[in-house]
Write a protein that binds this ligand. Structure first.
Ligand SMILES: Nc1nc2c(c(=O)[nH]1)N[C@H]1C(S)=C(S)[C@@H](COP(=O)(O)OP(=O)(O)OC[C@H]3O[C@@H](n4cnc5c(N)ncnc54)[C@H](O)[C@@H]3O)O[C@H]1N2
Ligand code: MOO
Length: 647
């Protein structure tokens, strides 16, 4: 068996699009789909297939616009507060309500406020009216035959209202492009099957993956106006994949196969599409999304999107979205763009257009773009993204502080209400993000460690930093670092919580570990955190206090980079004990032996601390709802939350 059948191409993005279009032309091209008539109540977001002309006028008769008396304007001349004019009811004046048809001969309405009833047959008016005053003449709103909405409009609620007013009960809209979404991969388990298995104690195993790309892709198709069919995952077998695609071709306008796009032994997408039509492109010089396949199958456009979720979503946006718009007779609208300052250096390979997801927030008047994780498998980078920066293929990247154009993926108003937090990550901060939302703020946090957070404050890239830095000389938290790193800034150091650090051990604590000194016991295998991490500083400080020699600890040299990695080492049995937070123990079902309490603070430049933007946050720190939510995370003490600490 040859594992690598061929090498992927490296087509430039515009060249790839041109080849894809040429292949579609060869099978007859893409034409706007036929119109279909639908009831107005079902037509929201659909695209008009023809102009809508008014079948009648609105209003379709002259209508009183106020409650009062309908009159001939000429008969009211000279009436004022001081010299009222008497009119005979029935002859010169007729009572009308707003919306009533005007009686024959009347051309204006005197508002009830200017009418005094003298007796059953006469009224006095205290104001004159001009012709057509307080009347909505026929056709004021819509004139029969006028254009209500043109062809190619995505119908909004107000459009539907106007179409109904203009005398229609239905509207002709383009048929929605039907898109077959075919996830492939023997390892895929539907979310429903995974939940059922979890419930009966057979959770998904290593190597099995919950199938979620089809949810992302079908949601995107719907947003773009298409009608997705999410097919069940197809195992990696060429005959099965072929059969599913063949049957999908008959009932769909576009075929999307997800995964099996690269050069693995079980990547059949390109082979099958080539059998059923033509592969015009396999491999585009973009990142992520490189192995994308573009072609036709059974006379329909067919795409093989890479399996990694970020790659799948990006290639759908680049190559599928324009197709759907064309089938709807539309040009895809460009996304709104902003210019932002990139907060970190971004290296990008020459030769590829790279699309980097960023978060955005306005700090000191500048829009700051912070790059998110770049891995194509990190779906959370899509969840967190506020925008997407494109690093062109002839660029090697951006230096920190450079200007970058960002396509917006979120409403700009929401971005403007964002509190930017950079620093050490903590669950209490995640909870804070939920609580500030109720006050109309958004908290976006980037995890770069405590020192990184303080450096971000120095560069004015963040509103605040989450920090837990132990001064190993004095045992003091945070203040000395702030004095040293930010000597020119007035920083408010606000206490958030004490959080427990302790041993992460196997359930039941089989080795009976309870004190720091136990790490030096023979036969105990430790797993350490990397130098520079807050947890490592805490360990080294405590070892020194207790006079324990690190070289007596088996495994002291073995370093992991996160709490979760330490917990995983203990869970797998590769180590007996590590130092970390209780949340990591809980996540992997380990036991937790609390040992120390470390202080986690927020460092906030005073001008931000006192800003309108942070006002809700200042308040939330004193609300029992937030405090008790943090406490129920377990392993936190919130007694001094909100206290300002001397720097
Ligand atoms: N030797 C090479 N290996 C890879 C290359 C390459 O050029 N040469 N390209 C890499 C790149 S870049 C990408 S992107 C991926 C694309 O791979 P496939 O399209 O063949 O996809 P899979 O390998 O089947 O899956 C990748 C990854 O994504 C998960 N996945 C797949 N489908 C779904 C789904 N519907 N829902 C959720 N997750 C899904 C899958 O389990 C894998 O973890 O190839 C690289 N390798
Ligand atoms: O090009 Mo792949 O799509 O980066 O992960």
């Amino acid at each position: 068996m040859s594992r690598r059948r061929y090498y992927l191409e490296d087509r430039a993005l515009d060249d790839a699009v041109a080849r894809f279009e040429a292949a579609i032309e060869r099978v007859g091209g893409l034409h706007p789909l036929d119109g279909e008539t639908v009831p107005l109540a079902e037509a929201r977001d659909r695209v008009t297939a023809a102009p809508v002309w008014a079948a009648r006028s609105v209003p379709h008769y002259h209508a009183a616009a106020m409650d009062g008396i309908a009159v001939r304007a000429a008969t009211t001349a000279g009436a004022t507060e001081s010299s009222p004019l008497t009119l005979a009811l029935g002859e010169q004046a007729v009572w009308v309500d707003t919306g009533d048809p005007m009686p024959p001969g009347a051309d204006a309405v005197v508002m009830a406020e200017h009418v005094q009833v003298l007796d059953d047959t006469t009224v006095a008016i205290t104001a004159a009216v001009a012709p057509w005053q307080h009347v909505r003449p026929m056709g004021e709103d819509i004139v029969a035959t006028e254009l209500v909405v043109p062809e190619g409009v995505r119908l909004r609620p107000v459009d539907l209202g106007a179409i109904a007013a203009a005398g229609h009960a239905t509207v002709s809209v383009r048929r929605r492009p039907r898109v077959a979404i075919i996830p492939t991969g023997t390892e895929l388990v539907t979310p429903e099957a995974a939940a059922e298995r979890e419930a009966i104690g057979h959770p998904v195993r290593a190597g099995e993956i919950i199938e979620f790309n089809s949810l992302i892709l079908s949601g995107m198709v719907e947003e773009w106006g298409g009608l997705p069919t999410r097919l069940p995952p197809v195992p990696d077998r060429q005959d099965l994949l072929r059969a599913v695609i063949v049957s999908a071709i008959d009932h769909h306008d576009v075929i999307v196969v997800n995964a099996g796009s690269s050069a693995g032994a079980e990547d059949y997408t390109a082979t099958v599409l080539a059998e059923l039509g033509e592969v015009a492109v396999h491999g585009v010089a973009i990142r992520p999304g490189h192995p994308v396949i573009l072609g036709v199958a059974g006379g329909k456009p067919a795409l093989g999107l890479p399996g990694y979720p970020v790659s799948a979503a990006l290639t759908a946006e680049l190559f599928l979205r324009p197709l759907l718009y064309r089938l709807l007779g539309l040009t895809p609208p460009p996304r709104p763009e902003v210019t932002a300052t990139i907060s970190r250096k971004l290296l990008s390979p020459l030769g590829e257009d790279e699309f980097v997801r960023v978060t955005l927030g306005r700090v000191d008047g500048r829009l700051i773009a912070t790059p998110l994780a770049r891995g194509a498998g990190v779906v959370m980078s899509l969840v967190r993204a506020d925008g997407r920066a494109r690093i062109p293929r002839f660029s090697e990247g951006l230096h920190a502080g450079a200007e970058v154009t960002v396509e917006l993926l979120r409403d700009q108003a929401e971005i403007e209400s964002t509190i930017v937090v950079i620093g050490s990550h903590d669950l209490a901060l995640d909870l804070l993000a939920s609580h500030v939302r109720r006050a109309g703020r958004r908290l976006s946090s980037a995890n770069v460690g405590s020192l990184g957070g303080l450096m971000a404050l120095k560069r004015r890239d963040a509103h605040l930093a989450g920090v837990h830095l132990l001064d190993e000389e004095t045992g003091e938290y945070n203040a000395s670092y702030i004095r040293r790193l930010l000597p020119d800034e007035e920083i408010v150091l606000v206490h958030l919580a004490y959080r427990e650090q302790g041993f992460l051990v196997a359930p039941g604590n089989p080795l009976g570990l309870s004190r720091l000194r136990d790490l030096a016991r023979p036969g105990v295998r430790f797993v350490n955190r990397q130098r520079g991490s807050g947890t490592r500083m805490l360990l080294d400080y405590q070892l020194r206090l207790e006079g324990i020699d690190p070289s007596a600890i088996t495994g002291y040299q073995r370093e992991e980079f996160t709490h979760m990695a330490v917990a995983a080492a203990v869970q797998s049995g590769a180590a007996d004990v590590g130092l970390g937070i209780s949340a990591a123990a809980r996540a992997l079902g380990l036991a937790f032996i609390p040992l120390f309490s470390e202080r986690y603070d927020l460092a906030v430049p005073r001008r931000h601390w006192e800003s309108e933007l942070l006002a809700p946050l200042r308040q939330i720190l004193f609300e029992s709802a937030y405090r008790s939510a943090v406490e129920s995370l377990g392993g936190y003490n919130v007694d001094r939350m909100g206290e300002e600490v001397r720097v």
